[in-house]
Ligand binder design. Structure first.
Ligand code: G1P
Length: 299
């Protein structure tokens, strides 16, 4: 079976209720972070990892996604100023011509595992990636996962990072049976354990690569934590029958599924992209000074 990973599934059917009222008419993945919608970071990371088919599982944002990534005829003749001040054709498509965009419905919100399973026909029997755009990774790590998948002849690879122990109930947590190296075989996984039940503080973050056998496992995965069909439970099944690896992410992750994380990402990425002389960092300093003096903070 080919080890080439050409398809990526983006489960984006969530209603974004933690981000209301911003997400009433604009879905969460289309919210801007600095100068582009959240989903664009995930798509750029996937394309950089060699993905040529983007499979979006969504019930409401198909038209917006197609419009955003395609060539926008109404912008023909207009110019966009790029991050480095360069002049760009505003009508251009944001993904290379060979990249295909597919939209599949989820129908009922039965959980992340169910959302991935909804992409089974689009994925077929080839290996595929799963990318959760809420986790904005700087730098992107999908290319590393694809390489681990290939070189280890893995059944699955998931990105992990250490989180504070008191936060384990927000994540899938992996047990690598001892000290974690850059790439470690996974012994077991559990979705959102209480800190006292967590096997470690190594959390699954939103990047995965699987061979197609995970689809068969998802088919029979019963609802788990929170009454939802959990991808983590299916990965635990995959780990029982083949080699599943944790790939340690060492960059910076922004959790854009929460309002604070999204605001932080916006500021961090706007600062990172600010060219010399950009007034934004100074504006930010003066906002913080005003906030400190109003709130009675010392420096
Ligand atoms: C999902 C997964 C969880 C993973 C997390 C990463 O949870 O179920 O295993 O750790 O994404 O962001 P969610 O954030 O959708 O609750």
């Amino acid at each position: 079976m080919s080890r080439e990973v050409k398809r990526a599934v983006f489960p984006v059917a969530g209603l974004g209720t933690r981000m209301l009222p911003m997400t009433r008419a604009v879905s969460k993945e289309m919210l801007p972070v600095a100068d582009r919608p959240l989903v664009q970071y995930a798509v750029e990371e996937a394309v950089a990892a060699g993905i040529t088919e983007l499979v979006f599982v969504t019930d409401r944002s198909g038209p917006a996604l197609k419009a955003h990534f395609g060539r926008l005829a109404e912008l023909a003749g207009k110019t966009e100023i790029g991050p480095g001040g360069e002049r760009l054709d505003a009508a251009r498509a944001l993904v290379p011509a060979e990249v295909r965009l597919v939209v599949v419905p989820q129908g009922r919100p039965l959980g992340l595992g169910h959302a991935v399973w909804c992409a089974r026909e689009a994925v077929g029997d080839a290996p595929f990636a799963v990318v959760l755009p809420d986790d904005l990774m700087v730098p992107g790590c999908l290319a590393d996962l694809v390489e681990v998948f290939r070189s280890q002849r893995a059944a699955g690879v998931v990105a992990v990072e250490e989180v504070p122990h008191h936060d384990t109930a927000r994540y899938g947590i992996v047990d690598v049976g001892g000290a974690a190296g850059p790439v470690s075989p996974i012994v077991s996984l559990v979705e959102k354990p209480a800190p006292e039940d967590a096997p470690s503080n190594l959390a699954v973050v939103g990047r995965y690569v699987f061979d197609a056998s995970i689809m068969g496992i998802l088919e029979s995965t019963r609802p788990g934590a929170g009454g939802e069909i959990q991808l983590t439970d299916a990965i635990a099944g995959l780990a029982a029958s083949g080699a599943v690896y944790a790939s340690h992410f060492r960059g910076e992750r922004h959790d854009c599924g929460s309002r604070t994380g999204w605001l932080r990402a916006t500021v961090a990425l706007a600062l990172a992209g600010a060219p010399r002389g950009d007034p934004f960092p100074r504006e930010l300093e003066s906002l913080l000074e005003g906030w400190r003096s109003r709130a009675g903070y010392d420096r």
